[in-house]
Design a protein around this ligand. Structure first.
Ligand code: ZN
Length: 189
């Protein structure tokens, strides 16, 4: 089932997600629905907060992206990033590394808003998969950027918080308009 994606201005986007300690049938359904929603919106990542659930859960699939490379290392060995797609990260912990680099980002909760965001190039990930089995790997390139963006969501952090002040200032009219439309919709419910 395709779920509604909440937009900027919805308070749940600022909530830190609760840890998941058990894969209940509800969580299984949520994961399935999040994949269907991400596909429907043509996204490469979706966090639980974006479907109004404050949980430490995100789904990612970068396998359709051809023009922005990703790298993956498992146990120190190079691996094909597509081999771990689609990816479910539960209760993820990140260790950031490498040079900081700028790259373009969008977010399904910010329709039509795109900007460069500076982030560390690589990320070491420790998380649980959809069966709550521990997984560990190191990612670079687009996959690293996507994971950092999604795990920020799980902690109530948004990509506008990572943008340069000048960029946020330029986006201000769009952001204010989006937030007030979102609040208006919430009032009508
Ligand atoms: Zn996002």
């Amino acid at each position: 089932m395709v779920l509604d994606v909440v937009n900027y201005g919805h308070p749940i986007l600022r909530e830190k997600g609760a840890d998941i300690s058990e894969i209940t049938p509800e969580i299984e359904t949520l994961i399935q629905n999040m994949f269907e929603t991400m596909e429907d919106y043509h996204g490469i990542g979706l966090a639980a907060q974006q479907v109004a659930q404050a949980l430490q859960l995100t789904v990612i699939d970068i396998s359709a992206v051809e023009d922005r490379p990703s790298t993956l290392k498992i146990d120190g060995e190079e691996a094909d990033p597509k081999s771990i797609m689609p990816l479910v990260l539960i209760n993820p912990e990140l260790e950031l590394g490498g040079e900081r680099e700028e790259g373009p980002e969008g977010c399904l909760s910010f329709p039509d808003i795109y900007a460069d965001v500076e982030r560390p190039e690589s990320v070491a990930v420790k998380a649980m998969d959809r069966e709550l089995k521990p997984i560990e790997f190191t990612a670079g390139g687009l996959l690293s950027r996507c994971i950092q963006h999604e795990v920020d969501h799980l902690n109530g952090v948004l990509f506008i918080d990572r943008m340069k002040k000048g960029t946020v200032k330029e986006l201000k009219p769009k952001l204010s308009g989006l937030a007030s439309r979102t609040r208006e919709q919430l009032r009508k419910r």
